[in-house]
Ligand binder design. Structure first.
Ligand code: DC
Length: 236
């Protein structure tokens, strides 16, 4: 397909944990030659940084002042390495570590904090200036790029999401049970949707994509139709 798309546009993909946002975003990035920004990886990198800097005074208590001071030295960048986009935290490749259960267990607590969000949002807007970009996260269509040309809100049943995440984690973390994976997804959904600062919610003008019963290819085709319609046909 040879599309005559605008030179600059933003695609915002938001939705619940593990419903395939990054798979869709990567597929679209490849098809349309877009820069992909995985904003979840950024919150995960801050969380790893917080754990390593001992800002958790107990299991769920965060010393916010300490975190805020330490964050002055925080640098997050993405680097493309073949087909992979790697996440660097202060020049260290942390792509693997940020996907582990330790970070997954704390990331929603860190991403509730206003100064953390402010810093990430400003970084994301800066990165998004480049041109044609796709970002996935929780607040892209509502807060980071409320004027994004295309907004997709993704969802899938908890059973399907648990199975997908469980399968993903099996190789590296075989000790994790299905119930633990499900528990983590539910806990993150609850914190992400109920937090005070930019909670996860559907932007009014977002298109809902429930991919519980869609294959990767089917979902890509569906979204390509939406993009075709919205970016090529003049809006009334
Ligand atoms: O997309 P993910 O599952 O890797 O995201 C990890 C966590 O980061 C998620 O539970 C909530 C937080 N997050 C956020 O608050 N805002 C975003 N734009 C992206 C992620």
């Amino acid at each position: 397909m040879n599309l005559n798309l605008p030179e600059k546009y933003v695609i915002a993909v938001d939705g619940y944990s593990s419903c395939g946002k990054s798979t869709l975003a990567k597929d679209l990035a490849e098809k349309l030659n877009l820069i992909y920004i995985d904003t979840g990886a950024m919150y995960r990198a801050v969380t790893l940084f917080a754990i390593e800097n001992d800002v958790f005074s107990d299991e769920n208590q965060i010393n916010e002042q300490l975190l805020s001071e330490k964050m002055k030295d925080l640098r997050i960048i993405f680097r493309k390495n073949g087909d992979f986009i790697e996440t660097y935290l202060n020049d260290r490749n942390v792509s693997e570590q940020i996907r582990g259960p330790k970070v997954s267990g704390k990331v929603s607590l860190i991403s509730k904090i206003k100064f953390v969000r402010d810093k990430m949002v400003s970084l994301q807007r800066e990165m998004g200036k480049i041109g044609k970009v796709i970002l996935d996260g929780r607040d892209i269509g509502t807060v980071v790029f409320p004027d994004a040309e295309i907004k997709i809100f993704m969802t899938a049943s908890i059973q399907v999401r648990t199975q997908r995440r469980f399968a993903e984690m099996q190789e590296k973390y075989p000790q994790l049970s299905l119930d633990e994976v499900k528990g983590n997804l539910e806990e993150r959904d609850t914190i992400d949707t109920t937090r005070k600062e930019s909670p996860l919610k559907k932007a009014e003008d977002a298109i809902i994509l429930d991919n519980s019963e869609l294959s990767r290819e089917e979902q890509l085709n569906l979204v390509m139709e939406v993009i075709n319609k919205n970016l090529l046909e003049p809006k009334n």
